[in-house]
Design a protein around this ligand. Structure first.
Ligand code: 5GP
Length: 210
C-alpha cells in the first residue's frame, strides 16, 4: 500500500527558532520534503538562493502570482512570501510528507485548499526568550524586531486555528515531538482508507470461502 504524503504547516512567532528546528528535523529524517518559499525580502548573511528562499524582485514575485505559480502568498512586515506550487504538488503525489514553514495568513489559505493538512504552531517558552533570540540573531534592525514582535501579538490571536502546539525549548526534544506528531497523523484511520479496504476485501473473500 502506498503511504499518502501529509502536508504539514509550521508557523510560529519570529524568533521561535522554526528555521533551526526545521533544519534539524530534515537533517535527521530524510522522509520530509521542505518546501522553499519565494520572497521579496533581502537575503540575511549566509542565506543561499534556493536553500533559504528563492529571492525575487517585486516584479518577479507579482509575475509568479499572476501565473498561478504560488499555492498561497502573504505580506509580512513589508515583504511578500509565497509557496511555489510545483514542488509541493510533485512531492505530495510521490507520497512524501511536505513541510511548509509559513505565517498564519498562508496557513489559513492552505487549510482551505488542503483540509487534511496538519497545522503546527511552534513557540519559544516565553516572551523574554523570543525577544532575546530575535536580538541575539543580530540580523534585524531594532525597528524590524519591534515590527516582528508586534506581528507576533496578532499571530498569537490565531493559535487556536492550529492542530498542535510545540514549545521549542530544547531543540532535540522539539524535533522529536514534531516527528512523533506527524508519525501519529499517519496512523489515523482517515489516512488509511486504502489499507483498510484492502484488508476488508481479503477478509470478505475468506468469509465467502474464496
Ligand atoms: P523570515 O523573514 O523570518 O524568513 O520569515 C518571515 C515570516 O514569513 C515567517 O513567519 C515565515 O514563516 C513566513 N514565511 C516564509 N515563507 C512563507 C511563505 O511561502 N508563505 C507565507 N505565507 N509565509 C511565509
Amino acid at each position: 500500500m502506498g503511504r499518502q504524503g501529509i502536508l504539514i504547516v509550521v508557523s510560529g512567532f519570529s524568533g521561535a527558532g522554526k528555521g533551526t528546528v526545521m533544519k534539524a528535523l530534515t537533517d535527521r529524517y530524510d522522509s520530509y520534503a521542505l518546501s522553499v518559499s519565494a520572497t521579496t525580502r533581502d537575503p540575511r548573511p549566509g542565506e543561499k538562493e534556493g536553500e533559504a528562499y528563492f529571492f525575487k524582485t517585486r516584479e518577479e514575485f507579482e509575475q509568479m502570482i499572476a501565473g498561478g505559480a504560488l499555492i498561497e502568498y502573504a505580506r509580512y512586515v513589508d515583504n511578500y512570501y509565497g509557496t511555489p506550487r510545483a514542488y509541493v504538488e510533485k512531492q505530495l503525489s510521490e507520497g512524501h510528507d511536505v513541510i511548509l514553514e509559513i505565517e498564519i495568513q498562508g496557513a489559513r489559505k492552505i487549510r482551505e485548499q488542503y483540509p487534511e493538512a496538519v497545522l503546527l504552531f511552534v513557540t519559544a517558552k516565553d516572551f523574554a526568550t523570543l525577544k532575546e533570540r530575535l536580538i541575539g540573531r543580530g540580523t534585524e534592525s531594532e525597528e524590524v524586531i519591534d515590527q516582528r514582535l508586534r506581528r507576533a501579538v496578532q499571530e498569537a490571536e490565531g493559535i487556536e486555528e492550529y492542530d498542535y502546539l510545540v514549545v521549542n525549548d530544547v531543540l532535540d526534544d522539539c524535533v522529536e515531538e514534531i516527528h512523533r506528531i506527524i508519525d501519529s497523523e499517519h496512523r489515523k484511520i482517515s489516512r488509511n482508507t486504502e489499507f483498510i479496504e484492502q484488508i476488508r476485501a481479503e477478509l470478505n473473500a475468506f468469509a465467502k470461502g474464496e
